[in-house]
Design a protein around this ligand. Structure first.
Ligand SMILES: Cc1ncc(C[n+]2csc(CCOP(=O)(O)OP(=O)(O)O)c2C)c(N)n1
Length: 330
């Protein structure tokens, strides 16, 4: 696979977009404009962007609770993502989904509130693609902690046996909330479990966006060719708390957090681009300015959007709202 300048710049731009939108969202929590659950993926950008970019618009995306960067990369505009978390009508789920954002027009199936639901939902999406005879794939993101739940086995095993076009991408940031991986797993690599399903398992540096992109691209090609699923595990680290109501310092050393910040995936691409003479500092600065300007416009759109009207409470929530309303009037 050829690594071109335009691919590198696209990865860089999308990672910046991911980082800056999430930083803005953290401010909105302090301003109490975002008041529900918000799990940021600052530090994870090489995975959220590098693993989502090889997807087509009609491929299925199922992320964990840390899905802002993936949704942006899949093409949902920032105003619709930020607006969703703010509970505004502009949101991709019309302000009624919050953390449960989704956009079926872009193949974004969203998250499962119950950790682990994502494995079987993704296997189901892969099964649909296979039965319909399309060459769509389903991408399933998950944390290492969630790989210890039963649905991991069910989803991966079914995908393996039926050769479903699913790519399971583990964002291994060592902690599931406050629990260190070593407290709940005797193995180092989640991807090692792939052997027990008879499928490939690949471990990559999850802060190296090119390594992630290449590994995922290969797995996507394999899935589209009907050869079945792959597990890809990227080792990374979240810089912030598990969610925005704690800062992640009660169970993690400040020195550990600092050491990972030194491995910033975005600065890494910046250095690669400049050191190899692929781009100049001036070019990168221009991209950054443009991304920031665009984000400000998008934030304004979200902020100016109204909250949904009370009479919209039941619309878009139930497949058949009439049945539900009849039900509660009984
Ligand atoms: C079945 C279930 N148990 C617990 C929770 C609460 N919960 C949400 S996220 C999370 C931690 C998940 O850790 P991991 O899979 O490693 O993902 P990370 O947060 O590190 O990205 C927990 C315990 C839940 N939503 N569902």
């Amino acid at each position: 696979m050829e690594i071109t300048k335009s691919l590198m710049l696209e990865l860089y731009e999308k990672m910046l977009l991911n980082r800056i939108v999430e930083e803005e969202m953290a401010k909105l929590v302090i301003e109490k404009k975002i008041f529900g659950a918000l799990h940021l993926g600052i530090g994870h950008e090489a995975l959220s962007v590098g693993a989502t970019l090889p997807m087509r618009k009609d491929d299925y995306l199922v992320f964990s609770h840390r899905g802002v960067g993936h949704s942006l990369t899949k093409g949902i505009p920032p105003s619709q993502i930020v607006g969703e978390f703010m509970g505004r009508s502009i949101g991709c789920s019309k302000g009624k989904g919050g953390v449960h954002l989704s956009d079926y027009s872009r193949g974004v199936l969203g998250i499962s509130g119950s950790q682990g639901g994502n494995f079987v939902i993704a296997a189901g999406a892969g099964l649909r693609a296979k039965m319909k005879g399309t060459d769509q794939v389903a991408m399933c993101f998950f944390g290492e902690g969630t790989s210890n739940r039963g649905p991991f086995h069910e989803g991966v095993n079914m995908a393996a046996v039926w050769k479903l076009p699913v790519i399971f991408v583990c964002e291994n940031d060592t902690y599931s909330f406050s629990t260190h991986q070593k407290q709940v797993m005797l193995i180092d690599n989640v991807a090692d479990r792939a052997a027990s399903y008879g499928i490939p398992g690949v471990v990559v540096d999850g802060n190296d966006v090119l390594a992630v992109y290449q590994a995922v691209n290969q797995a996507v090609e394999r899935a589209r060719a009907g050869e079945g699923p792959t597990i890809i595990e990227g080792k990374t680290y979240r810089w912030c708390g598990h969610h925005e109501f704690e800062d992640g310092t009660k169970y993690r050393d400040k020195a550990e957090i600092e050491a990972w910040k030194q491995k910033c995936p975005i600065i890494r691409v910046e250095k690669q681009l400049i050191n190899y003479g692929t781009a100049t500092k001036k070019e990168l600065k221009q991209i950054e300015e443009q991304v920031k300007e665009n984000i400000q416009k998008e934030l304004e759109l979200a902020n100016n959007s109204p909250v949904p009207k009370p009479e919209e409470l039941f619309t878009d929530v139930y497949a058949n709202p009439e049945v539900f309303q009849r039900g509660i009037s009984l």
